[in-house]
Every structure is written in C-alpha cells, then in structure tokens.
Design a protein around this ligand. Structure first.
Ligand SMILES: [Zn+2]
Length: 554
C-alpha cells in the first residue's frame, strides 16, 4: 500500500511540475503574431442600420461570400455610390420614402410600394444570361432588376400583395409567352441596392449572406468608402445577424486603422515621440482586445469603448509618421503582449491596477508622473447637491432614499478613493474604486483621486489647539448647560452661539464638493505624461517602459 501511495504522490508532483514547466515555457516562447487586418464595427446592436448610403469617388464592387470565397457580383461606377434599404413597404410622398407597416385597409397619402415581386425566367449561373432576359423584358414591364440568391435572377415590380403580381403576370404573358413567371414573396432579410445617381433599383440580395463592398483603386488616390459622413479605408462588409438588423463592419490593415486611431486618441500636434508611444500603445491595445465584440463578428468598435477611430479624414501626416516609424512594434511582459491601458492625465502619479479595477497586473503599477503636470486636468472641482447625486444613482437603478452623507472610507497609498460610503434615508452602500465614476459620469468625476468637502463639515480642534479634524455635526455629542445631547436632524440646522454672534450650520449636507486631480482611470500610460517626457528628451521606448513597469518594447 505504501509503495502505491508513494507512486501516486510522485505522479502528482510530476504532473504539477510538468504543468508548471510547460506553462513557463509557453510564456517564454510566446510568439507575438500581428494579424494583417482588423474588423471595426461601425453599426451593430442598438445602432444597427436599415437605411444607409455607401459612396466612393473611385467606384466600387459588390461581392458576396460563397463557399468561403468572395464572388464579385456587380461594379458600381456612380460616385454617388449605392443606397441600401430593406425590401419592405414604403410610403412615397412628394418623392420622400418612409418605411411603413403596411395595413391594407388604411388610406395613404401618396404612393405605397411593397416587397412582392415577379420572377421572370429561371436562375442563371452567370450574369450575362440574366442581363439578356432583363433586356428582353424591359420594354414590357418596369421596373425590372437583378436579384442574386445563390444564382442570378431577373425580378420586376414592387407590389403590395400576391394578387397584384398575378394580375400583372397575366398581362405580360400575352406580350412574352416564352418565359416563365412566378410570384416572389416577401423576405425580411432581403435588401435593395439602389444606384445613388439614378435612384434605380439595381440588385436585391439576401442580407443573411455576407456582402462586401470594396472601393476601386485609382492611381494617386487613397480609395475609401463614405458611410454616415466619414470616409473609411479598406472595405465594408454588411450582414444581418440573428435578431439584429444589418451589421456594418470596416475591414482594413491594422496599421491603416492606427493611422486614424492615433490622432483620434492624442492631438497630432504633440511631440513625435509621444505620438510614437501612443501608436505602440494603441497597437497593443487593439491586439489584446480583439475578442471584445466577437458576438457581432468584429474585433473592436469605433468608439472610446474600445479605441476612438474616425476614418480617413482624421489622419494626419505626423501621426501617420509615428505609426510608420513604429510599424509592428509591440510591448511585452514575460514575452506576452500586455494590455496597454492609457488615460489622459494622472494628476501626478499613476495607480496600481488593483486599486482601480480588480485584477492585480504586474506591469501596471503606480509610477511617478510629474511629467504630466501642467495639463488642464491637474486640479478640478465638481460640486454636486444631494438631489443631483440621488438622480445619478437612480439612473443606475440604485435607490438609497434621500442622501444624508457621503464619506471616504479608504484610499490607495497614492490618494485614489477605493471605498466611498453613501448613506441614504433608506439604505447605505459602499462604492468601490471606479464604480462611482461610472454612476456620476466619467467626464464629470474626472478621476477617483479626490478629497470631499460638504457644507455640513465642522472642524473639531484638539485640546492642545494643534490638531484639527474634519467631521460632521450630525450625531456629535454636545455639552451644554442643560446636559449632554446628540445633534440630529434631516436638513435641520444647528445654531452655534459665539461670544459676539450667532450662526447656523447644516447638520445634513446639501452640497458635496469633490476636489480632484487628473483625468481618466490613472492606469498605465498618462498621455500628458508621455507628452512631458517626450518634450524632456525621452524616446518612445523609454516612455512606454516607464508607464508599463518591467515591460519591453520589441
Ligand atoms: Zn468596443
């Protein structure tokens, strides 16, 4: 028995050691691979699109994904591009179209068009055969257009129901009897692609398929697609996902994405070494955050939630130079890519990761950041009254009743508030770390490095008159000629009689004043600090290795 136990124990130790060793070697030999392209979500989820235009000065091609490969469907030459909308019911009044929930019995001003069509002929493998049929029937029925659903088809009309289709089929059969005709029933996932110049319906597609729009290349021009007022490099894919309308994704090379991110995240006029540090931090951040929006089929969104990305027109020659000069450069810790969190300005000292978020990260430690001083956010003050705070809490579905008091219970060694207590008439709650910033608003409460004053603060002097402590009158013991009482009240005042005058003070605070430092979470690189270091002669590697402790730029 003893030997068996010993063998089992030995095997267990060996297993633990093996796991340990293999884990280590994995980290040491980690290959940092940078994907060629990145997918940025432009419209998804709540901001999904059902009517939009895509424009390209150089023209564009429409492709569809089939058996793992993109098939080129059509070329669009119009500089006004295409209009995309659902194949639905529309009410057309004075040339303006509005999507409607069609009710047969209802009376509509203007014209109503619908999603019933007539298929003319069969399904063709090549575009040419479909175009031949289209030409053949275009004199007898209008509008007539192409449809693609695994094969080319010729469809006509925008009818309201099946009977309208059947009547029309009777008429055109007399003119052209050699071709077959059938009714196309509505499909919620079908979309119309309309020529931006002529306004004519070009093509109907099933939006559950992955559709790709690629701008045409032209000499001396950066080809781009314009969507919602912004031009984007690369291509745009669109697809309807389950339970969602059309999701639009901009797919482009990682380095081209950074051309727009760096000036969106840091002023392009700043020192080139600061811009290079930002470029590397943004590259790392993108690479380690890639899984964030997997559910919608893309890597990162275009807002500050991931990184601000504003397309081609935001690009600037100096930030592009910074991206090019650091091409492929990343920051690692123990051979693995790090999460390069960055923020605007620390206020003088950055913070340990666990005091802001939960995880303790070895390379995100509080470091001196005097280089950031002189930023517009060195010191700030926010005054909030108790009803404003109550409303902010309500917006986050927190009801503590009337706000009676707020106190700082715990701070980090650098001064950031890690525990804040809010007492209400109904309940008391402790807010940890960044929690309260998200409730109050991250632009209002710029950081969690603050002190708190109220209009009910009293100062208690020690017996030696050499120490003063800030406190509240509420619940203090007061000695008077009639005995010892406790100061109480909700909004009531206490009156203090001095030798020459009488003053009244709040017992319960009405106003809370936050005196703070810095802007942002205070973790990793401080952008104003990077600017200060660059101006003081440090290069981007030195800047990054200062803010991300023990990490390496490679
Ligand atoms: Zn995001």
């Amino acid at each position: 028995m003893k030997t068996i136990k010993a063998v089992i124990l030995y095997l267990l130790i060996a297993a633990v050691m093996f796991t340990f060793v293999s884990f280590n070697s994995e980290v040491l030999h980690a290959d940092v691979t940078i994907p060629e392209t990145i997918k940025i979500g432009l419209s998804y989820g709540q901001t999904q699109a059902n009517l939009f235009t895509l424009e390209s000065e150089t023209g564009m091609n429409i492709l569809v994904l089939e058996n793992g490969e993109y098939k080129n469907l059509l070329e669009v030459k119009s500089p006004n591009g295409i209009k995309v909308r659902r194949d639905e019911y529309y009410n057309v009044v004075k040339g303006k179209e509005t999507e409607i929930n069609y009710v047969r019995a209802a009376k509509y001003e203007g014209e109503v068009i619908g999603p019933y069509h007539i298929q003319i002929g069969g399904v063709y493998e090549d575009l040419e055969s479909a175009l031949k049929v289209l030409k053949q029937v275009s004199s007898i029925t209008q509008p007539v257009f192409l449809a693609y659903e695994g094969g080319w088809m010729v469809w006509s009309q925008l009818y309201l129901d099946e009977s309208e289709c059947l009547e029309q089929i009777k008429i055109i059969k007399k003119e052209e009897s050699d071709i077959s005709y059938s009714v196309v029933h509505p499909d919620k996932k079908r979309i119309q692609i309309i020529d931006g110049t002529t306004g004519q319906l070009m093509l109907l597609l099933n939006s559950e398929e992955k559709i790709k729009i690629v701008p045409k290349e032209a000499k001396g021009k950066v080809s781009s697609l314009k969507y919602k007022g912004k031009k984007y490099r690369g291509c745009i894919t669109m697809q309807s996902l389950a339970g969602s309308d059309i999701t639009l994704i901009n797919e482009l090379p990682v380095e081209h994405y950074l051309y727009s991110v760096v000036p969106s995240e840091m002023p392009a006029s700043w020192h080139i070494e600061a811009l290079k540090a930002q470029a590397v931090a943004a590259r790392n951040f993108a690479l380690v955050t890639m899984e964030r929006h997997n559910a919608y089929g893309f890597d990162l969104c275009s807002t500050e939630h991931c990184q601000a990305y504003n397309g081609l027109e935001k690009e600037n020659s100096s930030t592009t130079e910074a991206v090019n000069a650091t091409k492929g450069k990343v920051i690692t810790y123990n051979g693995a890519l790090i999460s390069t969190f960055y923020h605007s300005s620390s206020g003088g000292h950055t913070e340990d990761s666990e005091n802001v978020w939960n995880a303790k990260t070895d390379y995100i430690r509080g470091v001196d950041d005097k280089f950031s001083l002189g930023s517009p956010y060195d010191n700030w003050t926010v005054e909030l009254d108790k009803t404003e705070i109550k409303e902010k809490l309500a917006q986050s579905n927190i009801n503590l009743g009337e706000i009676r008091d707020i106190r700082i219970l715990e701070s980090s060694r650098y001064g950031r508030v890690t525990k804040l207590e809010i007492r209400g008439s109904k309940d008391t709650r402790i807010f940890n770390k960044e929690e309260i910033r998200r409730i109050i608003g991250t632009r209002l409460l710029k950081s969690i490095w603050y002190t708190l004053k109220t209009d009910a603060d009293v100062f208690v002097r020690g017996s030696q008159f050499n120490s003063t402590e800030r406190g509240r009158a509420s619940h203090m013991h007061v000695l008077s000629s009639s005995g010892k009482t406790i100061v109480k009240g909700t909004g009531n005042k206490i009156t203090v009689k001095g030798m020459n005058s009488t003053k009244s003070y709040n017992v319960v605070p009405d106003k809370y004043t936050f005196d703070g430092k810095g802007f942002g979470h205070g973790l990793g690189m401080s952008q104003y600090g990077a600017k200060g270091m660059a101006e003081a002669g440090y290069n981007y590697q030195k800047i990054l290795e200062h803010y991300y402790q023990n990490s390496k730029v490679q």
